[in-house]
Design a protein around this ligand. Sequence first.
Ligand code: ATP
Length: 381
Amino acid sequence: MTDIKSDRKKFSIAVIQGDGIGPEVIGETRAIADAAASKEGALLEWVDYPFGASYYLRTGDILPESAIREMGKHDAMLLGAIGDPSVKPGILEQGILLKLRFVFDQYVNLRPAVSFPNVPVPVPSPEKMDSVVIRENTEDIYMGLGDISTDGTLDSSMDIDRGGYSLRGSLNLTITPGMGFAAQVALNTRHGVERIARYACDTARRRGEDLVTIVTKSNAVPALYGFFEDTAKRIIESEYPDLKWSAVNVDALCYHLVRRPAAYGVLLCPNLFGDIVSDLQAGLAGGLGTAAGGNIGDGLSMFEPVHGSAPDIAGTGRANPIAAVLSGALLLRHLGLDGAAIGVEGAVRRYLETAPERARPFEFGGSASCGQVGEAIIKNI
Ligand code: ATP
């Protein structure tokens, strides 16, 4: 388990507020997390880093190595949003988000999907969603080995060192008659699957559940996803005798989710399926407004709302801070401040339940500004 469990009461948190609405939603998140932590007798020390579009445009630098080394000394990171229309898409995402994920080997992408009161949902259901996608965050089809060929020959090589292994080799393919084609290699390792399976099991235990659902496609892609499924099952059976597993094909899962959004608890996913299923779940739970996330590893873990920088509403006060606030709750839980995390989640729930319609965020049909939403949540802690 990667969480920082100790009797410590003082924590240092790196913050990248980022671009667009990032600073607005992070401002509220900090205030709310501070209030909840202080109720538990804990102190959060926030250390700001200026990275994002405006820093890049000002300095030409994206994320200096010295800053990465410094960030690694903090207990966790909170990130608002990165991206601005004036910067070519991909530069900052790769240079900051993907870089941090890679450097700190953040192998878990944690994406809860929870129903909150008065949040419109596309599939009304009498049952409330309380599910979490545990997505493997480093392997599968995202390894980066592959290319596009225009003439029928392809030669793509890889030479990387990861925390748990090194991978070297190449993919050489020829197609006759020569024509354009593309190939990309997907890979799941024992190292990669075992650690994500353990994280999923620990999460199930913490939630008081006895089932981990393995999301697979072992019938059609038996090597890649059969291996993922079998490796995960072995970990659950051998190391978590109190837990059960079930395996569901990703296509069937999507079908069941749309018909019964609240049917699942902990969903353990390979990288590609986790990417897709977590967005489906977020949509079913009410969209970007409450979608929180974390990228977790044994070093620095990073918590951020799923939404982007929303430049169209930046500075207007219309930003809804709730997804960032719930990401802050994930961060608190990661620090071992479970009481504070429950405090924040409960306060969000109470606020949404009791606030009259006009006092809800614009996104949920109200007219409360980002700051007013933040203040109302604090009052509910
Ligand atoms: P990115 O590429 O950074 O994800 P994007 O524009 O594709 O950027 P978002 O920034 O998530 O995606 O915005 C999508 C839409 O949702 C926009 O219209 C935006 O205004 C709205 N939106 C996103 N986040 C929020 C929020 N916290 N509060 C209110 N509206 C939001």
